[in-house]
Ligand binder design. Structure first.
Ligand SMILES: C[S@@+](CC[C@H](N)C(=O)[O-])C[C@H]1O[C@@H](n2cnc3c(N)ncnc32)[C@H](O)[C@@H]1O
Length: 383
């Protein structure tokens, strides 16, 4: 294989900004007999209902540590499935694979390792997709996957993705959307509710997830630039800035810790966010930062933010899409409201602040009812 780090533009090729991934091949370290389809479903449901955390900071940290060691092609990364069994996942870094898009053969190369998160409904759906009877079954809530890049085997190089929008354009969008948000009744209402209902909560950091990129170049079918996702992202970051300002005022501080985890950020996003006091952090650091003294925000996430947070912490304040009854078992949602998420939310007071749904989806504010932080039991379960 040639130099896969070459990222010089290749003339005449259009590439994309969106992220693509490929799962690694995983197998139980000590394979036993695979369960039947019914048994597999029953195991997932039983463990989920028992409250055993599927996501733990310990496993996230452990897998991140392994990834940071930069394993090479053929090395193994170890994870654990939800039953606690050790699972070995094979690193495919540098492997080139073929796939077909609309009758065109394409090639991609496996590159950076990142974590993938499977919610309870995803694990159940995965059973259906696997050929039955299973040859092997390892229901992993957290496993490694590779980011993939389009590959040109003639030049043995990566076909570069489309770059971000121009800094000036994105700065202007962010300024306009910030102005629009600041002038909205929802902004005022959010600050008023926080000041009255979260005034006694000990809060020391703010962590946002999945706020999207403001600088992505996406196109409509007619070739015109698709602006809505950038506008939504800009509006959501403007809300984040309001939270920072509110914290500064409340605690008479010059600086507030504010992190944002979003794999789609470009250098343009990072520059703009840095200037307003938002530190971009890589996955999975965000989950590890979340604790009982945090404000957590997540909007329309592609990963099961709600289930992850429900397993690892009880933040003081949460802003995310209204928790309802969509547990994802039938609907195929990426961030479902599972029974555990619904149970967690019983410990929170819901506050409406009425942001524009076009820009924010149906997000609401949740403030923990108890000012004192609840502590998990020794096996990580929250009361
Ligand atoms: C449907 S988009 C929503 C973007 C934006 N919040 C909005 O409402 O338009 C889902 C986002 O989740 C992000 N995402 C995927 N994996 C993530 C991870 N591990 N941590 C944080 N965000 C992630 C994606 O990059 C994507 O921008």
């Amino acid at each position: 294989m040639g130099d896969i780090t070459n990222s010089e533009p290749v003339a005449g090729r259009v590439s994309r900004l969106d992220l693509d991934y490929r799962y690694t091949s995983c197998r139980l370290a000590e394979p036993g007999e695979a369960p039947t389809l019914e048994e597999a479903r029953e195991i997932i449901d039983r463990l989920y209902e028992s409250g055993v955390p599927f996501f733990t900071k310990g496993l996230i940290q452990d897998m991140w540590d392994q990834i940071k060691q930069d394993p090479a092609l053929g090395d193994k990364i170890l994870t654990k499935d939800i039953t606690g069994a050790v699972v070995e996942c094979e690193v495919e870094k540098g492997k080139v694979r073929q796939w077909r898009v609309d009758d065109t053969e394409m090639e991609y190369v496996c590159k950076e390792l990142v974590l993938s998160y499977q919610c309870r409904a995803c694990l159940r759906r995965e059973i259906k997709w696997n050929d039955y009877p299973f040859e092997h079954w390892e229901p992993c809530a957290i496993k490694p996957m590779h980011r993939t890049h389009e590959w040109d085997s003639k030049t043995e190089s990566i076909i570069p993705r489309r770059g971000p929008l121009d800094l000036g354009v994105v700065t202007k969008t962010f300024q306009d959307k910030s102005q629009e948000w600041k002038e909205s009744p929802a902004c005022e209402k959010l600050k008023t509710i926080l000041s009255s209902s979260a005034k006694n909560h000990e809060i020391d950091k703010v962590i946002a997830f999945a706020f999207g990129t403001m600088s992505g170049q996406y196109f409509e079918d007619d070739g015109s630039l698709y602006m809505r996702s950038g506008w939504r992202s800009a509006s959501q970051h403007a809300l984040l800035v309001t939270i920072i300002e509110w914290m500064k005022e409340r605690d008479h501080k010059e600086k507030v810790l504010c992190y944002s985890q979003e794999p789609a950020y470009t250098e343009v996003d990072k520059k703009i966010l840095d200037e307003v006091g938002i530190e971009v952090i890589e996955d999975p650091r965000g989950w590890l930062e979340v604790d009982e003294h945090s404000i957590v925000l997540s909007v329309a996430s592609n990963v099961p933010s709600k289930e992850i947070i429900a397993d690892i912490s009880r933040p003081a304040v949460i802003i995310w899409c209204r928790v309802e009854f969509y547990d994802g078992l039938e609907q195929g949602l990426t961030d479902p409201d599972s029974s555990r998420v619904r149970a967690m939310m019983e410990g929170y007071e819901l506050h409406e602040f009425g942001p524009d749904e076009e820009m924010f989806s149906d997000i609401v504010l949740y403030i923990r009812k108890s000012v004192a932080a609840p502590t998990p039991s020794s096996d990580g379960r929250f009361p």
